[in-house]
Design a protein around this ligand. Structure first.
Ligand code: AR6
Length: 176
Protein backbone atom coordinates (compact mmCIF):
# COMPACT_ATOMS: atom_id res chain seq x y z
CA UNK A 1 0.00 0.00 0.00
CA UNK A 2 1.22 3.54 -0.68
CA UNK A 3 0.21 7.17 -0.27
CA UNK A 4 1.59 10.31 -1.88
CA UNK A 5 2.18 13.33 0.36
CA UNK A 6 3.31 16.33 -1.66
CA UNK A 7 6.34 14.98 -3.57
CA UNK A 8 7.00 12.01 -1.28
CA UNK A 9 5.70 8.46 -1.68
CA UNK A 10 5.10 6.75 1.65
CA UNK A 11 5.00 3.01 1.08
CA UNK A 12 4.24 -0.01 3.25
CA UNK A 13 5.95 -3.27 2.31
CA UNK A 14 6.05 -6.71 3.85
CA UNK A 15 9.65 -7.95 3.67
CA UNK A 16 13.23 -8.05 4.92
CA UNK A 17 14.86 -4.64 5.32
CA UNK A 18 18.34 -6.00 4.56
CA UNK A 19 17.20 -6.50 0.94
CA UNK A 20 16.21 -2.87 0.46
CA UNK A 21 17.83 -0.82 -2.30
CA UNK A 22 16.94 2.60 -0.87
CA UNK A 23 19.76 5.10 -0.19
CA UNK A 24 19.52 4.27 3.52
CA UNK A 25 17.99 1.65 5.73
CA UNK A 26 17.28 2.41 9.37
CA UNK A 27 18.48 0.13 12.16
CA UNK A 28 16.54 -0.24 15.43
CA UNK A 29 19.70 -0.16 17.55
CA UNK A 30 20.48 0.16 21.26
CA UNK A 31 22.17 3.13 22.97
CA UNK A 32 25.56 1.40 23.04
CA UNK A 33 25.39 0.66 19.29
CA UNK A 34 26.55 -2.78 20.35
CA UNK A 35 24.49 -4.91 17.96
CA UNK A 36 21.92 -7.37 19.21
CA UNK A 37 18.96 -9.47 18.18
CA UNK A 38 16.11 -8.65 15.78
CA UNK A 39 16.63 -6.27 12.91
CA UNK A 40 19.90 -5.01 14.43
CA UNK A 41 21.42 -8.49 14.26
CA UNK A 42 20.12 -9.02 10.72
CA UNK A 43 21.60 -5.74 9.46
CA UNK A 44 25.04 -6.38 10.97
CA UNK A 45 25.06 -9.97 9.64
CA UNK A 46 24.12 -8.88 6.12
CA UNK A 47 26.22 -5.70 6.11
CA UNK A 48 29.45 -7.19 7.45
CA UNK A 49 31.98 -5.98 10.05
CA UNK A 50 32.67 -2.52 8.62
CA UNK A 51 29.34 -1.28 10.02
CA UNK A 52 30.22 -2.36 13.57
CA UNK A 53 33.69 -0.82 13.20
CA UNK A 54 32.04 2.54 12.43
CA UNK A 55 29.56 2.08 15.31
CA UNK A 56 32.49 1.58 17.71
CA UNK A 57 34.08 4.79 16.44
CA UNK A 58 30.84 6.69 17.01
CA UNK A 59 30.49 5.10 20.45
CA UNK A 60 26.85 5.54 21.46
CA UNK A 61 23.49 7.07 20.54
CA UNK A 62 20.92 8.35 23.07
CA UNK A 63 17.30 7.17 22.76
CA UNK A 64 15.46 9.22 20.14
CA UNK A 65 18.63 10.32 18.32
CA UNK A 66 20.21 8.91 15.13
CA UNK A 67 23.69 8.36 13.70
CA UNK A 68 24.84 7.29 10.22
CA UNK A 69 27.33 4.74 8.90
CA UNK A 70 27.96 3.37 5.43
CA UNK A 71 26.05 0.27 4.36
CA UNK A 72 28.99 -2.15 4.12
CA UNK A 73 27.92 -5.13 2.00
CA UNK A 74 24.27 -4.08 1.95
CA UNK A 75 22.55 -2.86 -1.21
CA UNK A 76 21.66 0.35 0.65
CA UNK A 77 24.50 2.90 0.68
CA UNK A 78 23.97 3.93 4.29
CA UNK A 79 22.61 2.64 7.58
CA UNK A 80 21.00 5.16 9.89
CA UNK A 81 21.10 3.76 13.42
CA UNK A 82 18.43 5.08 15.73
CA UNK A 83 17.32 4.03 19.19
CA UNK A 84 13.64 3.70 20.01
CA UNK A 85 12.34 3.73 23.57
CA UNK A 86 11.83 0.63 25.68
CA UNK A 87 8.07 0.56 26.34
CA UNK A 88 7.35 0.77 30.06
CA UNK A 89 3.60 1.45 30.10
CA UNK A 90 3.48 4.63 28.01
CA UNK A 91 3.76 7.30 30.71
CA UNK A 92 7.54 7.72 30.47
CA UNK A 93 7.73 9.85 27.36
CA UNK A 94 7.76 6.85 25.03
CA UNK A 95 5.58 8.49 22.36
CA UNK A 96 7.81 11.56 22.02
CA UNK A 97 10.96 9.42 22.03
CA UNK A 98 9.62 7.15 19.27
CA UNK A 99 8.56 10.19 17.25
CA UNK A 100 12.07 11.63 17.71
CA UNK A 101 13.67 8.39 16.52
CA UNK A 102 11.76 8.61 13.20
CA UNK A 103 12.11 12.37 12.87
CA UNK A 104 15.85 12.47 13.57
CA UNK A 105 16.46 9.59 11.14
CA UNK A 106 14.59 11.46 8.38
CA UNK A 107 16.44 14.67 9.23
CA UNK A 108 19.82 12.90 9.07
CA UNK A 109 18.91 11.41 5.69
CA UNK A 110 17.94 14.84 4.40
CA UNK A 111 21.14 16.43 5.72
CA UNK A 112 23.14 13.77 3.85
CA UNK A 113 21.34 14.44 0.57
CA UNK A 114 19.55 11.07 0.53
CA UNK A 115 16.32 10.64 -1.40
CA UNK A 116 15.01 7.32 -0.16
CA UNK A 117 14.89 5.58 3.22
CA UNK A 118 13.48 2.34 4.63
CA UNK A 119 12.35 1.94 8.23
CA UNK A 120 11.65 -1.16 10.31
CA UNK A 121 8.90 -1.00 12.95
CA UNK A 122 11.18 0.57 15.56
CA UNK A 123 10.68 -0.53 19.21
CA UNK A 124 7.97 -3.08 18.41
CA UNK A 125 10.11 -6.20 18.96
CA UNK A 126 12.48 -6.56 21.93
CA UNK A 127 11.48 -3.07 23.17
CA UNK A 128 7.78 -4.15 23.33
CA UNK A 129 6.02 -1.01 22.04
CA UNK A 130 2.35 -1.87 21.22
CA UNK A 131 2.22 -2.28 17.47
CA UNK A 132 -0.86 -0.20 16.65
CA UNK A 133 0.37 2.79 18.67
CA UNK A 134 3.88 2.47 17.24
CA UNK A 135 2.48 2.27 13.69
CA UNK A 136 0.46 5.43 14.21
CA UNK A 137 3.49 7.36 15.50
CA UNK A 138 5.72 6.04 12.70
CA UNK A 139 3.27 7.04 9.96
CA UNK A 140 2.25 10.36 11.49
CA UNK A 141 5.90 11.36 11.71
CA UNK A 142 6.59 10.30 8.10
CA UNK A 143 3.53 12.20 6.85
CA UNK A 144 4.41 15.34 8.80
CA UNK A 145 7.98 15.23 7.53
CA UNK A 146 6.79 14.80 3.93
CA UNK A 147 4.46 17.81 4.32
CA UNK A 148 7.35 20.00 5.51
CA UNK A 149 10.21 18.70 3.32
CA UNK A 150 10.42 17.59 -0.30
CA UNK A 151 14.00 16.32 -0.60
CA UNK A 152 13.21 12.74 0.41
CA UNK A 153 11.11 11.25 -2.38
CA UNK A 154 10.47 7.79 -0.98
CA UNK A 155 9.84 6.67 2.60
CA UNK A 156 9.32 2.92 2.93
CA UNK A 157 8.11 1.15 6.07
CA UNK A 158 9.22 -2.50 5.91
CA UNK A 159 7.09 -4.85 7.98
CA UNK A 160 8.49 -8.24 8.82
CA UNK A 161 5.16 -10.10 9.08
CA UNK A 162 1.80 -9.86 7.30
CA UNK A 163 0.18 -9.13 10.68
CA UNK A 164 2.44 -6.09 11.17
CA UNK A 165 1.79 -5.05 7.57
CA UNK A 166 -2.01 -5.19 8.12
CA UNK A 167 -1.74 -3.04 11.28
CA UNK A 168 0.32 -0.42 9.43
CA UNK A 169 -2.18 -0.42 6.52
CA UNK A 170 -5.10 0.24 8.87
CA UNK A 171 -3.25 3.13 10.51
CA UNK A 172 -2.22 4.65 7.18
CA UNK A 173 -5.82 4.53 5.90
CA UNK A 174 -6.85 6.32 9.08
CA UNK A 175 -4.27 9.08 8.65
CA UNK A 176 -4.70 10.00 4.98
N1 AR6 B 1 13.57 -6.76 8.32
C1 AR6 B 1 12.54 -5.99 8.74
N2 AR6 B 1 12.07 -6.02 10.01
C2 AR6 B 1 12.65 -6.88 10.87
C3 AR6 B 1 13.73 -7.73 10.50
C4 AR6 B 1 14.19 -7.64 9.16
N3 AR6 B 1 15.19 -8.38 8.70
N4 AR6 B 1 14.08 -8.46 11.60
C5 AR6 B 1 13.24 -8.12 12.59
N5 AR6 B 1 12.39 -7.17 12.17
P1 AR6 B 1 13.56 -5.37 17.10
P2 AR6 B 1 13.37 -3.01 18.89
C6 AR6 B 1 11.30 -6.49 12.90
O1 AR6 B 1 13.44 -6.28 18.27
O2 AR6 B 1 12.06 -3.48 19.40
C7 AR6 B 1 17.97 -5.38 19.41
O3 AR6 B 1 18.57 -6.39 20.16
C8 AR6 B 1 10.73 -7.16 14.12
O4 AR6 B 1 9.83 -8.19 13.74
O5 AR6 B 1 14.56 -5.68 16.07
O6 AR6 B 1 13.53 -1.57 18.51
C9 AR6 B 1 18.71 -4.05 19.50
O7 AR6 B 1 20.11 -4.23 19.65
C10 AR6 B 1 10.02 -5.99 14.78
O8 AR6 B 1 8.76 -5.78 14.16
O9 AR6 B 1 13.88 -3.83 17.59
C11 AR6 B 1 18.10 -3.41 20.70
O10 AR6 B 1 18.72 -3.86 21.89
C12 AR6 B 1 10.90 -4.79 14.43
O11 AR6 B 1 11.80 -5.26 13.40
C13 AR6 B 1 16.67 -3.89 20.66
O12 AR6 B 1 16.69 -5.12 19.95
C14 AR6 B 1 11.71 -4.22 15.57
O13 AR6 B 1 12.11 -5.28 16.44
C15 AR6 B 1 15.77 -2.93 19.91
O14 AR6 B 1 14.43 -3.39 20.00
Amino acid sequence: MQAKVNETIIELVCGDITEEITDAIVNAANERLAGGAGVDGAIHRAGGPSIMAQCRQIGSCPTGKAVITTGGNLKAKYVIHTVGPIYRGGARGEEKLLQNAYRNSLELARQNGLQSISFPAISTGVYAYPLDEAAKIALKTSIEFARENNEIKHIRHILFSSRDYDVFCLQLKDLI
